[in-house]
Design a protein around this ligand. Structure first.
Ligand code: NAD
Length: 498
């Protein structure tokens, strides 16, 4: 019998109801079932929400400095255990160990950022806003928050959400994807070890029905979602219709524009890592290269072909491999079908990784690197987020066309430009319609003290993940007008401060 990965409710591991359904958790490198995960139903949801509701007021009453100290301790504990957490992550996700460590590190940085909570949570104050009148605002927790996360960053994305939610005085319930459930459980336990009271950070495993049950629960006040765009749209509409605070981040199709004056070696280095790292299963992966002008397009296609042909695919235990398998058999099937549509539409598949086989890992979910040239904007491989190791070259005639192409795509998460011309780079950053822009940087993921978020179909809602936006998302503002005077008098007109 494979091990059962439980929920984490009210400060303890909770296997859920004995007759509850279970999901398979794979080792994507071998295709074997590595464990089973408990799928939560009404009972587990009720227990987690009730524990959160009960624990939240006392946690909110703990002063911000003490709440921040828990984050500092959590950051240290996660740092101390980074190797074992990374191993658990790679085993279920398939990404390389260095990549797993890097995502955990990004998450730790959010804990470090929110350790500034005493400062971040300060309100505003105006002394003497009128005669004998002071006005001030304060930030109060929203209450009980839910985080629904995707499979591709099992540590980083829960850590985008949990630390700001919790440091602001909320209780937080995480619903990770059923494919990679071990790391969220470990994180909740490390936060408990850091001093978090029971009920403030719970983890409920499950799929869409569990997520919907949490969103709909009347005692849940806020929902933070990261995943695919169709689900992000649904979650945003569902939570908003119930009057809840919601932010929902979706898919992407990130372009990297290469101008004729670019350092082509740097552009090729940037493209190869950003397109094929983590098998392309990143919302900030570059999936479209846009060389501007025929000469640079031919040089880029040629240089990329040589580099991409030489990429090494392998299990996370192979230190010489550059990327690993896809997360599931369904993900592999979907990527191969999309590559097929590109071939059928007439794009040139100049590196074909479809038949990649690894000795000893024949049942793993590997797809080798694929590189398409002469892709056009009407093709499905251009319009759809592939989420696999597939890079498309779309040739642009001039700078304006490149900006229009990236800006006209349905998604607007990240975009980059490679050039030596500062004025052109500046114009690009100003004009392009995307939330995160790189200049000679292929994956422009902002650091924890800036916000992460895309535009258009890549994000629904107003406030980004981490940065000061996260403090706004996880708090409500209350504004107080106070008069300390014995005789106020009666006023019948709209109050004015004199
Ligand atoms: P997904 O949308 O299939 O699932 C995400 C989460 O939503 C999972 O926890 C899943 O169980 C849950 N879910 C599924 N149906 C639901 C429903 N009807 N209501 C509520 N929750 C539901 O995404 P995935 O395949 O796990 O992740 C890959 C996607 O996530 C890609 O599209 C990628 O671009 C995107 N992503 C976006 C960002 C970003 O910041 N914009 C970051 C990482 C990943």
């Amino acid at each position: 019998m494979p091990d059962l990965i439980p929920h984490y409710i009210a400060g303890q591991r909770d296997p859920g109801a004995p007759d509850a359904p279970r999901g398979n958790v794979f080792n994507p490198a071998t295709g074997e079932v590595a464990a089973e995960v408990a799928i939560a139903g009404r009972g587990e949801i009720e227990r987690a929400v009730s524990a959160a509701r009960t624990a939240q007021p006392a946690w909110a009453a703990v002063n911000p400095q003490r709440r921040a100290r828990v984050m500092m301790r959590a950051a240290q504990l996660i740092t101390d255990r980074i190797d074992s957490v990374a191993r658990a992550l790679s085993h279920e996700h398939g990404k390389m160990l260095d990549d797993a460590r890097a995502e955990i590190q990004r998450g730790i940085e959010v804990c470090e950022f929110v350790a500034g909570a005493p400062h971040l949570l300060k309100g505003e104050f105006t002394a003497g806003a009128g005669r004998d009148i002071d006005m001030y605002s304060m930030r109060q927790p929203v209450g009980v928050g839910v985080g629904i996360t995707p499979f591709n960053f099992p540590a980083m994305i829960p850590l985008w959400m949990a630390p700001p939610a919790i440091v602001c005085g909320n209780a937080f319930i995480l619903k990770p994807p059923d494919r990679v459930p071990s790391v969220p459980l470990l994180l909740a336990e490390l936060f408990a070890e850091a001093g978090l009271p029971a009920g403030i950070f719970s983890v409920i495993n499950g799929r869409s029905a569990t997520a919907e049950g949490l969103i709909d629960h009347p005692d849940v006040d806020a929902v933070s979602f990261v995943g695919s765009t169709p689900v992000a749209r649904k979650v945003y509409a569902r939570a908003a219709s119930l009057g809840k605070r919601v932010q929902a981040f979706g898919g992407a199709k990130n372009h990297l524009v290469v101008l004729p004056d670019a350092d082509i070696d740097a552009a090729v280095d940037g493209l190869v890592g950003a397109a094929y790292g983590s098998a392309g299963e990143r919302c900030m992966s570059v999936s479209v290269a846009v060389p501007v002008g025929k000469e640079i397009a031919d040089r880029l296609a040629n240089a990329l072909r040589h580099r991409v042909e030489a990429l090494r695919v392998g299990p996370y235990t192979d230190e010489t491999a550059e990327f690993g398998p896809l997360v599931s058999p369904e993900a592999k099937r979907r990527v191969l079908e999309l590559v097929e549509t590109g071939v059928a539409a007439g794009a040139e598949l100049i590196v074909d990784g479809r038949d990649t086989r690894l000795q000893g890992h024949e049942r793993g979910f590997f797809v080798g690197p694929c590189l398409f040239d002469r892709v056009t904007a009407d093709m499905e491989i251009y319009r759809t987020e592939i989420f696999g190791p597939v890079l498309s070259i779309v040739r642009a005639g001039d700078f304006h066309e490149a900006v229009q192409l990236a800006s006209g795509h349905e998604y607007g998460n990240g975009v980059s430009i490679y050039t030596r011309d500062g004025a052109t780079a500046r114009a690009f950053a100003d004009r392009v319609a995307a939330g995160m822009v790189g200049i000679n940087v292929p994956i422009p993921v902002p650091l924890a003290y800036y916000g992460f978020g895309g535009w258009k179909a890549s994000a629904f809602g107003d406030l980004n993940q981490h940065g000061t936006d996260s403090i706004r998302f996880w708090t409500r503002t209350k504004t107080v007008t106070a008069r300390w005077q014995s005789q106020a008098g009666t006023e019948f007109s709209m109050p004015q401060l004199r």
